[in-house]
Design a protein around this ligand. Structure first.
Ligand SMILES: [Fe+2]
Length: 172
């Protein structure tokens, strides 16, 4: 639970205007908390992609430098969409590195000293993990009557399935 984590704050409901979209506050909060975890996971992936974009070495430098840029550009958009979805449900989005580290489930990796294969393997692991989280989250949103978020997360899952395919294809 978010509330039990000392590095994060509980999501705060907006009090100045009620959100009346046919879901209870409890349901909206459950979905917003799941979105917050997914946001944090994606922020970790974003940071890792930038790291690898800067530090990759080898004969495939240009191709991978470009691939990682392409992927972090996509993830930046997905991060934004995920945070804004939290706001649509009536909650504030996490927005600090401390919060992302507290909520996220993907692990940091040390500097890979330019090893392109290790980088690709790490990215594939993260992207496939994220896809599994998203698949579960679609069901969670649907169970709370939040078909809007379920639809959003389904689209996001498909986008990461494409990204994972691109990453996987580089590994042969
Ligand atoms: Fe760059």
């Amino acid at each position: 639970m978010i509330q039990e984590n000392p590095t994060t704050r509980p999501l705060t409901a907006i009090t100045h205007a009620k959100v009346q979209i046919g879901m209870t506050e409890t349901s909206r909060q459950l979905v917003a908390e799941e979105l917050s975890r997914l946001l944090s996971d994606q922020y970790m992936l974003y940071t890792k992609l930038r790291n690898y974009h800067w530090n990759v070495l080898g004969m495939q430098f240009k191709a991978l430098h470009d691939l990682f840029e392409e992927q972090y550009t996509l993830v930046a958009t997905y991060v934004d969409n995920t945070a804004e979805r939290i706001r649509m449900l009536g909650f504030f989005s996490p927005g600090s590195m401390e919060a992302f580290l507290g909520l996220g489930r993907l692990s940091e990796t040390n500097h890979q000293h330019g090893d392109a294969i290790k980088m690709l393997n790490n990215l594939l692991t993260d992207q496939e993990t994220l896809i599994r989280f998203l698949r579960t989250a679609v069901g969670l949103a649907s169970d709370q009557g939040d078909e809007g978020t379920a639809d959003f997360l389904t689209g996001l899952m498909e986008a990461y399935e494409k990204m994972a395919w691109m990453t996987r294809a580089h590994l042969g």
